[in-house]
Design a protein around this ligand. Structure first.
Ligand code: ATP
Ligand code: MG
Length: 484
């Protein structure tokens, strides 16, 4: 394939290329450089879809690209310059060809060498459908030449996912390509080329060494299946079939075979996958929570029950999410929802019970928790996702929220009031008193009056002042502790 002249390939018209992208190609070409669209954006244009991101390959060195586009940012290690084009500052990644790690000799910019380096660039890409380029002929009307040395366009038509060149060599270079294979196969509803599939099976264990950040990116692309032919579960099932799931997510793979007593057949893994699919497309993080919400079931099954699986599951999920290098905030959101997901509402709950529930869940997490439960219900075979009084509980929760403070900020006293009116010194005791006052108000909202709360706090003072936490602030306790 090497040496394929750039003049080969059919003329393809893409009039839908946005103006900012055209302007970047134009400016590079006007400055005497070669420039082509490459990779996923060419594939998407061929599919008749508007690409989510744009990659341009060029003969210009990164510093030249950076000087042509003031305000662009340049990542030295990859030779990629991110150009922000047009009034909408659309990000366009412009990457320089490299030959054996150095830029090609631009003193001899003949067509054939350019063709060579383009072919070489395409040969380094993962799958044939991602290894096409589009070289502009007339940007005014969107005409260009499709450079497709690996017959990616044909594979795209035939819905065949095939590695570029020798699959073993490709997968050996970068194990992320195994996960990408699962992603592309489900996104485009493709079958796997047998040689590529066999190589993936051989290399399945290599995904263990993937960095959490790279894995996170691919997994989130799978979860955010807005433009996918198949739901995210298909990608996870494919990863399981190809031997990757037990390496990437052993806790999840362990749910295979764990029996479920649900209206629809399937084990705990099937149920988890269904829950993920049933969650909102636009919230991949919540979908991940759905996927992981029952991780605790593999180790808690006894006498037909999964006692305490939400607590065990939250811990397992924490480890899984930490491996994906998710920010702590996201991990906390996920584990909290998993911990809370087993509530069992009944209409005879008192208003105070509803308030305690809202307090435990936290007002900000209610919407997520109800969404998770609805998906869980659907994934259990329920006809009615809001089964279990969810609609009633939601209404009651919002009613209580409107009339009762469910955080200390809503109390009719502040910490400073307690300090002044009870003659206390600032310290942990203030936080403890406020927390107890909140409990008291959650039990009975009528107590939320300044005088009532101050008197209530006063009545607790003797006990609170004797609390171990408080004593430890006293020098005498320091002496005591040293002897123990
Ligand atoms: P998407 O539409 O989801 O962005 P994509 O194919 O554009 O899919 P990107 O991650 O944006 O994927 O990468 C752009 C292009 O870079 C790919 O089409 C492919 O040619 C190449 N590429 C990306 N990652 C790899 C990799 N790990 N190995 C080889 N080539 C890759
Ligand atoms: Mg892309």
């Amino acid at each position: 394939m090497a040496g394929l002249p750039v003049t080969s390939g059919s003329t393809v018209s893409f009039p839908s290329i946005p103006a900012p992208v055209t302007s970047v190609l134009e400016r590079l070409i006007a400055a005497g450089h070669e420039a082509a669209l490459v990779g996923g954006c060419v594939r998407d244009l061929l599919r008749g879809k508007l690409p989510g991101d744009w990659d341009v390959a060029t003969s210009a060195a990164p510093e030249v690209v950076a000087s042509l586009f003031p305000g662009s940012s340049w990542d030295n290690s990859f030779g990629t310059v991110t150009v922000r084009a047009g009034s909408e500052r659309m990000p366009i990644e412009v990457t320089t060809y490299r030959i054996e790690g150095s830029y090609r000799d631009r003193r001899r910019p003949d067509e054939v060498r350019w063709g060579d380096s383009l072919t070489e660039d395409l040969g380094r890409r993962d799958f044939t459908i991602n290894a096409m380029a589009w070289v502009p002929i007339d940007l005014g009307i969107g005409d260009g030449r499709l450079v497709d040395p690996h017959a990616g366009a044909e594979d795209l038509r035939a819905k065949l996912l095939r590695a570029v060149g020798d699959p073993d060599a490709r997968l050996n270079e970068d194990s992320l390509r195994l996960v990408r294979a699962a992603r592309f196969a489900t996104r485009f509803g493709m079958r796997m080329d047998p040689a590529t599939e066999a190589a993936i099976r051989r290399h399945a264990s290599s995904v263990e060494a993937l960095s959490g950040e790279r894995l996170q990116y691919e997994i989130f692309r799978i979860l955010d299946a807005t433009d996918s032919m198949e739901p995210p579960s298909a990608a996870f099932l494919l990863m399981e079939r190809l031997g990757m799931l037990s390496v990437l997510f052993p806790e999840l793979a362990a749910l295979r075979g764990v029996p479920q007593d649900k209206r629809i057949p399937g084990d705990a893994l099937d149920h988890s996958l269904r829950t993920m699919d049933a969650l909102h497309l636009q919230d991949p993080m919540l979908r991940l929570v759905g996927l992981l919400h029952d991780l605790g079931k593999a180790s808690t099954l006894a006498n037909g029950h999964f006692f305490g699986h939400e607590e065990v599951g939250a811990k397992l999920a924490e480890a899984t999410l930490a491996r994906l290098r998710l920010p702590n905030r996201a991990v906390r959101r996920a584990t909290h929802l998993i911990r809370c997901h087993m509530f069992a509402y009944r209409s005879d709950w008192t208003d105070a019970a509803v308030r305690r529930f809202v307090r435990r869940v936290g007002p900000a997490s209610l919407t997520d928790l109800f969404a998770l439960r609805e998906a869980d219900n659907l994934a259990s075979g329920a006809q009615e996702p809001a089964r279990g009084g969810l609609i009633e509980l939601r209404e009651r929760a919002h009613r209580e929220l409107a009339r009762t403070p469910l955080g200390t900020a809503g109390l009719a006293v502040r910490g400073t009031d307690l300090i002044e009116e009870l003659g206390l010194a600032p310290g942990p005791i203030i936080g403890r008193l406020l927390a107890r006052l909140l409990e008291a108000v959650v039990e009975d909202p009528a107590r939320n009056e300044h005088a009532t709360l101050v008197e209530l706090a006063r009545s607790w003072l003797p006990g609170e002042l004797a609390a171990p936490d408080n004593r430890s602030r006293h020098p005498a306790s320091v002496v005591q502790r040293r002897t123990s």
